[in-house]
Design a protein around this ligand. Structure first.
Ligand code: NDP
Length: 327
């Protein structure tokens, strides 16, 4: 069979992750990276990967099977996903949870009109965690679902710290509170407040002459971001930031705890421990690109989510092979 030709739209952390992930899947190739920047200035990970301007995409409809959109959820995907779904099969990782319904509607209208298959909000959260939340609820209707994140670097919270006057650099890690995780795992279904579930740990480089106490206070009192959490602030040097905080780890757990009878508790746990959030997210996107390619060949058009994809469609193996190997 011909390899599935993947177009990578946007070349940041996820874009590089997709290039890496495709290299691990022999049934796929990267047909091209498509960027809004000058393609001549981008250095792909692998010398053979062609780089084009995103403006060239419209002439490349016969060179690409599925686009993997790697733009940001805030400003890029709300524009790019509906625009490209009109002409191309695609997968995105849109993760602004509250806006998923409107994003779905916009992409669905474009995909229905263009008879393409467009899967939104793949990745791990939303994505793999969402699947596990749905399965937990379906299998244990008398129960409670808990999602814990971390230890992980939060891009949004790190950005919020860096915007504070007097801060020259910094990162924020979200860390699940161990006592809360233990209580949930025991099956007692505790009611937990925001503060009881996660802590926030900040590593901050001060600008010259900045007042450490004032920066500390601004961070821990920042509404929405930090005020509802127990937050610790550690001041470090620029060198320490570079040496110890350049990776993008993340992960967490989805736990469903329920009762199937008065006497029997059941606990389901799905856990991710990721050294690189973008590389893992991209690996998920690429598996969903395979499913999208199949779904389009079967005439399943319109917008889709991870809930609409059967697990076997993600696999490079045939249904026969999967029944032998994995059942
Ligand atoms: P980046 O900021 O690295 O990249 C976003 C876009 O910005 C790129 O597609 C690229 O577009 C442009 N860009 C990248 N680097 C530069 C640069 N140096 N200068 C100028 N422009 C640049 O974002 P990520 O790849 O880290 O993440 C993308 C989105 O993925 C996030 O917004 C998040 O919402 C989502 N995500 C979802 C997850 C999930 O589980 N569902 C998990 C992790 C992330 P271009 O090449 O066209 O310029």
């Amino acid at each position: 069979a011909n390899p599935i030709r993947i177009g990578v739209v946007g070349y940041g952390n996820l874009g590089r992750g997709v290039e890496n992930a495709v290299a691990k899947n022999p049934d796929m190739v990267v047909a091209g990276i498509y960027t809004r920047r000058d393609p001549g200035q981008l250095q792909p990970l692998f010398a053979g990967t062609p780089v084009f301007s995103v403006a060239d995409l419209h002439q490349h409809a016969d060179r690409v099977d599925v686009l993997v959109l790697c733009g940001g959820s805030k400003d890029d995907l709300p524009v790019q996903s509906p625009e490209l779904a009109a002409k191309f099969c695609m997968v995105d990782s849109f993760d602004t949870h509250a806006r998923i319904p409107e994003h779905f509607a916009a992409v669905d209208a474009a995909a229905q009109a263009g008879k393409t298959t467009a899967l939104i909000s793949a990745g791990w959260d939303p994505g793999m965690f969402s699947i596990n939340r749905v399965m937990g609820e379906a299998l244990l209707p008398d129960g409670a679902t808990y999602t814990f994140w971390g230890k992980g670097l939060s891009q949004g919270h790190s950005d919020a710290i860096r915007r504070i006057p007097g801060v020259a650099g910094g990162v924020q890690y979200t860390i699940p509170v161990e006592a809360a995780v233990d209580a949930v795992r025991s099956g007692v279904r505790p009611a937990l407040t925001t503060r009881q579930k996660h802590e926030r740990h900040c590593y901050v480089v001060l600008a010259e002459g900045a007042d450490a106490q004032a920066v500390h206070k601004t961070i821990v009192q920042m509404p929405h971001y930090f005020d509802e959490y127990d937050t610790t602030v550690n001041f470090i040097t620029q060198q320490e930031l570079k040496d110890n905080h350049s990776a993008m780890p993340h992960g967490g757990f989805v736990i469903r705890s329920g009762n199937t009878s008065a006497q029997n508790k059941q606990v389901i746990e799905y856990r991710l421990q990721l050294e690189s959030n973008p590389e893992f997210t991209s690996s998920v996107l690429v598996a969903y690109a395979r499913a999208v390619h199949r779904m389009h060949q079967w005439g399943m058009t319109g917008a889709k989510t991870v809930f609409d994809v059967a697990p076997g469609w993600l696999s490079a193996k045939s249904p026969e092979q999967l029944r032998k190997d994995a059942l």
